[in-house]
Design a protein around this ligand. Structure first.
Ligand code: BTN
Length: 237
């Protein structure tokens, strides 16, 4: 599989993930679908994803070797790419990429016919976010005062995904976990995870082998969370 061997480019599209999903039969593993602008960008948990022209929005088709751990590998690859550009990026479980505690990139992985559609949204040159995003989102430009070429950022991300995904397919899971822990924005901190029917507050202990978050709550029990929205409440040390 050659990641990024074929890149399909759109000026404007509803969502690159939706395009990839509906055209999966014509796409080979490693193909990339990119759009200058998305009119119906999709985020996790059914949310919309703000996708103006000044960001990097693309989807990558991968074979599903391990869909549970793919978010880990992809999240780390985004940190690698950002570190290569001079940023200190961290992962807020499950796979929000943050710089100075604000979200700079998101990952939406969908499984279709045993293949993964990895949607990546990176806020590259966004100058201003609309409410209510303004408090929680940032861009490479807002963090550095510099504008970044999308092709350059895309190339770095694809190269980093290639390397991290190889760790996954060659079963070098421990390295992946250790690096993930080093890049985590929440381990050891007090977090609040919002689930469809309840909220769990406690200290983020670790992730397990399936990538689920383990939280120690006030009563001392350990709760396992597979998916949800996580907020950092307080830095404990
Ligand atoms: C998140 O909620 O954090 C995930 C955001 C994923 C956004 C990207 S942009 C490219 C791809 N196409 C979409 O519609 N969504 C993903």
């Amino acid at each position: 599989m050659v990641i990024g061997n074929k890149v399909i480019h759109f000026k404007r599209i509803e969502s690159t993930n939706e395009y990839a999903k509906h055209n999966l039969n014509n796409l080979t593993d490693g193909d990339v679908v990119i759009a200058d602008e998305q009119t119906k960008g999709k985020g996790r948990l059914g949310k919309d994803w703000y996708s103006p022209k000044s960001g990097l929005w693309f989807s990558l088709v991968l074979r599903s070797s391990d869909s549970q751990l793919a978010p880990l590998a992809i999240g780390l690859a985004l940190c690698d790419a950002l570190e290569g550009l001079g940023f200190k990026a961290r992962i807020k479980w499950p796979n929000d990429i943050v710089i100075n505690s604000k979200k700079v990139a998101g990952i939406l992985i969908e499984v279709e016919n045993h293949r993964l559609i990895v949607g990546i949204g990176m806020n590259t040159n966004i100058l201003k976010f609309p409410e209510p995003l303004a408090n929680e989102a940032t861009s490479l430009y807002l963090e550095s005062g510099n504008k970044f070429g999308k092709t350059q950022v895309l190339a770095r991300i694809l190269q980093a995904i290639n390397q991290r995904y190889n760790l996954l397919v060659t079963n070098q899971i421990q390295e992946l976990f250790n690096d993930w822990r080093r890049h985590s924005a929440i381990l050891g901190q007090l977090v609040l995870v919002t689930l469809p029917r309840k909220k769990i507050e406690g200290s983020a202990l670790d992730i397990d082998i399936q990538g689920a978050l383990l939280i120690r709550t006030e009563d001392g029990s350990v709760q396992r969370v597979v998916a949800g929205d996580c907020q950092l409440i307080r830095v404990l040390y």
